[in-house]
Write a protein that binds this ligand. Structure first.
Ligand code: AMP
Ligand code: MN
Ligand code: MN
Ligand code: MN
Length: 290
């Protein structure tokens, strides 16, 4: 099988304990390999701290690897995620941009804890910290794990629905990177920017058109079509959007944890053969086993 194939089992979106996943990069590499993944990228939120370990583990297993991250962006007052793939992980501007983006997370977490306390849930910051491996990267997911463990909710989905999304008691608005900066940091480091799971954003058709148009204007070149966050209707819709906006297509489970994630690494359907996979444009950026 060649890299050009839309049938390559590429999984280019997942999280380790370096952000809000529960597995270490080495375990994820082994899981990807065991599940038949043929090209892999670890895409921790706003963070490159797991890249060297992920790449070393992948190459040891004979698994080709692309560098990755998932940048938190504020667009039209909502949070949008932009995945970066195939960049130089040592790029100074990218590293500085990611450090600035994750910089406000600790204060935000303390504010979330105060907000939850007003709703009668006390000690959530300390509780969430028990699940945090990287002190720079405390996320809503860590709060969700704590609220499940302390039996406030039955599962993490319920925590988000009842407490952690806009309009709910533990939600604290936050300003992340701009779309323009995120796309630039990735592309100027030699990578390709990808709109992550567009089906998840609560945007009107006009707002979604603005997201795709502005993303393209800033130099973004790809969109996730097949992801664990999309249903079959989204696969069809974003196949059409990728073609309309002349974007490469990406595929990735967005795997976080064996206990929480419904879609495992390497188990999604293939991209439509009518699309050009993003890995065709990244051939020269793939790290291959020696
Ligand atoms: P944060 O970057 O701290 O805002 O946390 C965002 C993360 O929370 C996402 O990357 C997901 O891992 C997780 N998340 C967001 N919404 C949900 C949801 N409805 N159910 C479960 N996890 C979610
Ligand atoms: Mn996450
Ligand atoms: Mn995301
Ligand atoms: Mn993700």
């Amino acid at each position: 099988m060649t890299l050009a194939s839309s049938r390559l089992n590429a999984d280019l979106h997942c999280h380790s304990a370096v952000s809000d996943g529960t597995l270490q990069p080495e375990s994820l590499a082994a899981r990807a390999k065991a599940n038949g993944v043929e090209l892999w990228a670890l895409t921790d939120h706003d963070e490159l701290g797991g890249q060297e370990r992920a790449m070393a583990a992948a190459l040891d297993l004979g698994l080709p690897y692309l560098t990755g991250t998932e940048i938190s962006v504020t667009f039209l007052d909502i949070t949008v995620h932009i995945v970066g793939l195939g960049f130089d992980a040592a790029n100074a501007a990218l590293n500085a941009g990611l450090a600035a983006t994750r910089g406000g997370r600790r204060q935000r977490a303390m504010d979330m804890s105060d907000a939850l306390a007003k709703a009668g849930i006390h000690g959530a910051y300390e509780g969430a910290l028990k699940y945090v491996c990287n002190p720079d990267l405390i996320s809503r997911t860590h709060f969700a794990r704590h609220l499940v463990e302390s039996r406030v909710c039955g599962d993490t989905q319920e925590v988000f629905r009842r407490y952690l999304v806009d309009g709910k008691p533990g939600y604290v608005p936050h300003r992340w990177a701009t779309l323009r900066d995120a796309v630039r940091w990735i592309t100027e480091a030699g990578g390709i920017a990808v709109i992550a799971h567009p089906g998840r954003y609560k945007l009107s058709a006009n707002e979604e058109f603005a997201l795709f148009s502005e993303f393209r204007a800033h130099g973004g070149e790809a969109v996730e079509v097949v992801t664990g966050s999309h249903n079959a209707g989204h696969f069809v819709k974003y196949t059409e959007m990728a073609r309309e906006f002349d974007l490469y297509a990406s595929r990735g489970a967005d795997f976080h944890s064996p206990e929480e994630s419904h879609v495992d690494l390497g188990t999604l359907p293939d991209l439509s053969a009518s699309l050009t996979p993003v890995w065709e444009a990244l051939k020269d950026r793939v790290h291959r086993p020696g």
